[in-house]
Write a protein of this length. Sequence first.
Length: 243
Amino acid sequence: MGASKVLDLDMDFFLADCCPLADVGERPSVLGHEPWSEGAVRKFLEENCGLDARRPIKGRLFETHDEALVFWMELIEKGELTDPFDVVHVDAHSDLGIGKPGTGFVTSRVLSLPPQKRRSLSRYYDCRQLDEANYLLFAVAFRMIGTLTLVRNPRSRFDIPPEIAITDENDEYSGIFLRSPVSALFEGANGKEPMISFRVYDDYALFTDSGFAAASMARSPRYAPREADFIMEIMKDYIDCIA
């Protein structure tokens, strides 16, 4: 079995401020949301994330971040990623389902299913419940994630659903635990939902890691101006892109 940690990046992390969601087919204005310089992007990828252009790792580029689920399932199927695995999520957003459609569908409908039957993505797309803003919530419900680290943009807004978050005595995030009356009802058949370790870095300068099995980046066009697209090209230097 392969290594067990993935680097999960979103292009909107590398902006001066978080963009308001643009209309479908549109991109946000660059004014006030200017991208980092090439040098700053490379410094973060190399010094904070341990990537090396001389030794690229397995990876993929996406348009929308929910495509990460497909990528991860492929790596698991090939034996190149453990199941569960650890995720370092570098993003201006948590992608844990704040706002509509919220956490209710996952904690009631998904958690009622046997774990081995939860990963049918088409089921959730067909009913318009799975998207780029909540795919990590689904990954937790799929029991794919062992630990989750969130590295936020300095201007990120609060978007971690309190009903799934565990905090310690210092009000620091320490875990994610999905639960509901429905999940409790099916606990005898499905087993207890695991609580996963969860750490949040509001100051990305304090974050360092390395040793990733794979890395990916989402463009998330409704959350980032066109002027930031060069960052996706930079990422290509650090990964062997898998079609």
